[in-house]
Design a binder for this molecule. Structure first.
Ligand SMILES: NC(=O)c1ccc[n+]([C@@H]2O[C@H](COP(=O)([O-])OP(=O)(O)OC[C@H]3O[C@@H](n4cnc5c(N)ncnc54)[C@H](O)[C@@H]3O)[C@@H](O)[C@H]2O)c1
Length: 341
């Protein structure tokens, strides 16, 4: 029998997950819920399943075996808690929340219910990155140097406010802060500086922009950030990120380890030293993280990125902003929920 799959939040990124699920013969798409009800109806026509007015209606009306949550960062909480209460496994897009308090509330619900979870940290499931992770796990890592440069402000209207997106560290650089943890282990402390280097106020009479934007009403997030990270292993790391429009996406790493220099460019990697090689990610690499979740639910096995990993990576982002406020390093231990470390 096919796995019955429901969707909560069916905007931009949900399209990827819907297409990935639709392509599987062992999955049946049973329903969709979105605060934009017209959007839920549109997706139901395109992908099959029912349009539902609320998560509860989706859960109780269509009886999904699992759900995929692709809401904006500020809209988490009850969606996951209601799923846990009914024992429904969930895949949730990163970041898991914009505050530690909310992330902890959901974590406790996940722990109490024991449901299978997966956070959409897709870079962790890229095969080239898994190869370098294996190589790095065999040697002491010295330095993790990461960057996340975006060609402007993403189209989603909630991105430009701290209360809704959490800022670039929480919303998008979380991908590589998480990957830093995957490659070099947990983080002990973070020292950060943020800046707003350009004027994002729309010019008089400006038309609404489509695609990546260069201005926005109500913009209140930093546009440029630098972090220094200290890992529990003693390794150091840096992160540079910016949304100042410069023409292209550029996301990657250099990792220095004993006998190995790793370069990660997007989801592809090359390495040299006492071993040399390179590997390119296939075009459909971003879907592997969803497929691992679906396979896990079908087999009754927890996949590799449980909810708690999202909580730990969120704490690294929030430590960056906390450090900016304090003007001193923020220690992860002080932010993480009790028992998570
Ligand atoms: N892994 C990736 O590559 C990747 C790429 C893009 C976005 N994302 C993540 O996915 C999430 C969504 O991003 P997006 O670009 O699809 O945003 P979006 O704004 O395009 O879509 C979000 C959808 O959620 C709906 N929504 C909002 N609040 C809701 C609620 N309480 N209940 C139900 N539906 C609700 C909105 O109406 C909208 O249709 C974000 O956390 C983002 O970081 C991940």
């Amino acid at each position: 029998m096919a796995l019955r799959l429901g969707f909560v939040g069916v905007g931009g990124i949900a399209q990827r997950h819907l297409n990935g699920a639709k392509a599987r013969a062992d999955v049946e798409i049973v329903g969709h819920c979105d605060v934009n009800e017209a959007r839920a109806r549109e997706v139901a026509v395109q992908f099959g399943g029912e349009a539902c007015a609320s998560p509860a209606e989706l859960y109780d009306g269509t009886k999904p075996d699992a759900i995929v949550i692709s809401t904006p960062p500020h809209a988490h909480g009850e969606i996951e808690e209601e799923a846990c209460r009914r024992g429904i496994p969930f895949f949730v897009e990163k970041p898991v929340a914009v505050s530690m308090a909310l992330a902890e509330r959901v974590l406790r619900a996940v722990e109490a219910s024991g449901v299978i979870t997966q956070v959409g940290y897709m870079y962790r499931r890229s095969e080239p990155i898994r190869t370098v992770q294996r190589l790095l796990s065999e040697r002491p890592v010295a330095m993790v140097q990461a960057h996340f440069y975006m060609p402007g402000l993403p189209p989603a209207p909630w991105y430009q406010t701290m209360a809704h997106s959490g800022g670039q560290l929480v919303e998008q650089a979380t991908h590589i802060l998480d990957l830093g943890r995957f490659l070099a282990g947990d983080v002990r402390s973070v020292l950060g500086r943020t800046a707003r280097v350009r004027n994002w106020t729309p010019p008089p009479g400006a038309e609404p922009q489509t695609g990546m934007r260069s201005y926005a009403e109500g913009f209140d997030i930093p546009d440029t950030t630098a972090l220094v990270l200290e890992y529990e292993s003693g390794a150091l790391g840096t992160l540079s990120c910016s949304i100042v429009p410069q023409g292209q996406w550029d996301v990657g790493f250099k990792v220095v380890a004993e006998g190995l220099l790793v370069t990660i460019d997007g989801a592809s990697a090359r390495w040299s030293g006492d071993e040399t090689g390179e590997a390119t990610a296939p075009d459909d690499w971003p879907l592997a993280v969803l497929h691992e979740f679906l396979d896990g639910v079908i087999a009754g096995e927890q996949p590799s990125i449980p909810y708690v990993e999202g909580v730990k990576s969120l704490a690294v982002s929030l430590a960056g902003y906390e450090s900016v406020k304090r003007g001193a390093p923020a220690v992860l231990r002080e932010l993480l929920p009790e028992g998570v470390g």
